[in-house]
Design a protein around this ligand. Structure first.
Ligand code: CAA
Length: 258
């Protein structure tokens, strides 16, 4: 079985890199690729030497969406039985931060995968879109929900109903992405950002990620309660003692994830 991803577990200290690798098909996300991605992410999530994971495609495409050829002939019952988005639920459960490094096309499922990540670093060439409407369907892996939460109703509605792409510049302006860099630097910048996060306490990082994401699924009161419990819980960690003592002793902390 040919692999559709390339995994580098240590591209920087505590930073792993997964590259989507179906270049001829612009990294179209077929079932096998998504299963490989899910399995690799689960493995890296369990690896103590990994604290942050960068997902990229190549210069031309992050990913041009779900694999249209694979889906074209399917029936509703096939879709139900295959349950192709079940892998996405598993990826949503990854506790470590995921950073999408996007160059070129991030369309349909590609845009949805980038949005499933926690931060997005984009090359100037990046193009984001949910063009499913042009092939007679609609986004199915979170596009109507995560895009709307990120950029607001007006732009999300326009993108989803017309299939128009937006540039990296527009994506930055509308709050979809974190930053834009020249194309030859986008991967490097994603690794740099990942390394900055990887320096922090991995326990605090995981609980902070979980708490920020909770903001999308809860009322303010529930979210605040969740945040407070995680804050208190971190006082059970060595890293809390190390972080606070290092501050008082005016030195750099050394976090162990314990
Ligand atoms: N599925 C399957 N194959 C795809 C693909 C996709 N989503 N996107 C591109 N490809 C294939 C093309 O068929 C082509 O293959 P061949 O060389 O064998 O013909 C190859 O990748 C290169 O693509 P193009 O020749 O089309 O390249 P281009 O530079 O002219 O155009 C593009 C690039 C605008 C991205 C165009 O390929 C395109 O519109 N792709 C489809 C985008 C799309 O509709 N995505 C949504 C898919 S549905 C979805 O994602 C549902 C969901 O919510 C999860």
């Amino acid at each position: 079985m040919t692999g559709f991803i390339i995994v580098q577990p240590q591209v920087r200290p505590f930073v792993a890199h997964i590259q989507l690798n179906r270049p001829k098909e612009l990294n179209a996300l077929n079932l096998q690729l998504m299963q490989e991605l899910r399995d690799a992410l689960r493995e890296l999530d369990a690896d103590e030497q990994v604290r942050v994971i960068v997902i990229s495609g190549n210069e031309k495409a992050f990913a041009a969406g779900a694999d249209i050829r694979q889906m074209a002939g399917l029936t509703a019952m096939d879709m139900y039985n295959i349950d192709q988005f079940a892998t996405w639920d598993a990826i949503k459960k990854i506790k470590k931060p995921l950073i999408a490094a996007v160059s070129g096309f991030a369309l349909g499922g590609g845009c949805e995968l980038a949005m499933l990540c926690d931060m997005i670093v984009a090359a100037e060439t990046a193009k984001f879109g949910q063009p499913e409407i042009k092939i007679g369907v609609m986004p199915g892996a979170g596009g109507t929900q995560r895009l709307t939460r990120a950029v607001g109703k007006a732009l999300a509605m326009e993108m989803v109903l017309t299939g128009k792409f937006i540039s990296a510049e527009e994506a930055l302006k509308s709050g979809l992405i974190n930053r834009i860099v020249p194309v030859d630097l986008y991967l490097e910048e994603a690794f740099r950002l990942a390394a900055e996060v990887a320096k922090q306490s991995p326990l605090a990082v995981k609980m902070a990620k979980e708490s920020v994401l909770r903001a999308f699924d809860s009322t303010l009161d529930e979210g605040l309660h969740f945040e407070r419990k995680n804050f208190y819980l971190l006082f059970a960690s060595d890293d809390q003692k190390e972080g606070m003592n290092a501050f008082i002793e005016k030195r750099e902390p050394v976090f162990t994830g314990k």
